[in-house]
Design a protein around this ligand. Structure first.
Ligand code: NCD
Length: 309
């Protein structure tokens, strides 16, 4: 039986199976080909997406909004917590209940871990987690899996290095949750203070994923894919701790010269200094293709959870 996403919330990387992932990827591929042939889509005409962003965002908010427009739907938006009643002390639950009266689907980004779950508990429409603090970022992980499959041609028997702030990086938390559905080897490269949370590595190992933890970027260079991440400055309580650690890993042309075969390089963006611009012209530099894929995957999610497909 096919998995129906109609009415479903998208909150956590752990909610997917290989089968349900395939359905999202197939739908995204269909939208990609329709976009390529400039087909006009109107399947979400009359539907409204609300984007509620209580933390900064460029790609996640705009790509969801672009996705909704490309499906023929409309968008209402809170682009900053400062402009909504959250600034007056309204709870996430009350906000979600309210927005449910205006929209058919909502995307929320909020600094608190579990915030999207809380919104989902109160909303009467599907809630998509656009990032809950240092918790999860499942829609990013879905576009990452879509990108990996496109770039490497498979999700089977691949080696993936995740580099940087693995403690606070919600993208890598969600991506490892999805990758554990496949036979993959993961190499986690992080300074001791920013290691992947122990419960995530334990879960991966329990699912049979081979996990290697290291501090050295060199250990990532033989992987099929290097997934770089930004040190999450906003999660540091002491700015001095951030200053000590910033710039710890920088991927540049010089380092890549040492690789036997050119890896695929991804990054959820924004980058600060983790990938030098001299890497951008490399064939394996996939981070802007990753951005483009985000629109197709988010189109698929919007259409699927609202029952438009
Ligand atoms: C990421 C995020 O917000 O978690 N950005 C994104 O959604 N593409 C990564 C980051 O901010 O470092």
């Amino acid at each position: 039986m096919a998995h129906s996403f109609r009415g479903e919330h998208i909150l956590h990387g752990n909610q997917f199976t290989r089968e349900s992932l395939k359905e999202i990827m197939d739908q995204a591929r269909e939208f990609e080909s329709k976009m390529g042939s400039r087909e006009l889509l109107e399947m979400m005409k009359g539907k409204v997406l609300a984007t509620l962003f209580f933390e900064p965002s460029t790609r996640t908010r705009l790509s969801f909004e672009a996705a909704m427009h490309r499906l023929g739907g409309a968008v209402i938006s809170v682009a900053s917590g400062a402009t909504s009643s959250a600034a007056k002390g309204e709870t996430i639950a009350d906000t979600a209940r309210t927005v449910s009266q205006y929209a058919d689907v909502l995307v929320i980004r909020h600094p608190m871990v579990g915030s999207a779950q809380e919104a989902a508990g109160a909303a009467s429409i599907p809630v998509l987690n656009g990032g809950d603090g240092a918790g999860q970022h499942p829609t990013q992980a879905l576009m990452d899996v879509y990108t990996i499959e496109k770039e490497l041609g498979t999700l089977e028997n691949i080696t993936v290095a995740m580099v940087g702030d693995l403690k606070n990086g919600r993208t890598v938390h969600a991506l490892s949750a999805l990758l554990k559905l496949y036979p993959v080897d993961l190499v986690f490269v992080a300074p001791p203070a920013l290691k992947m949370p122990g419960e995530i590595t334990a879960e991966l190992k329990q699912k049979g994923v081979q996990v290697t933890e290291t501090e050295r970027l060199e250990n990532a260079l033989s992987c099929d894919l290097i997934y770089m991440t930004r040190i999450q400055k906003e999660r540091f309580s002491d700015p001095a701790d951030y200053d000590k650690i910033r710039g710890v890993y920088v991927l540049n042309e010089e380092i890549l010269k040492g690789t036997k075969k050119e890896p695929v390089i991804m990054h959820p963006l924004p980058r600060v200094d983790e990938i030098a611009v001299d890497v951008d012209s490399h064939a394996g530099a996939a981070y802007f293709r990753q951005v483009q894929n985000g629109v197709y995957v988010r189109m698929a999610l919007l259409a699927m959870v609202t029952g438009a497909v």
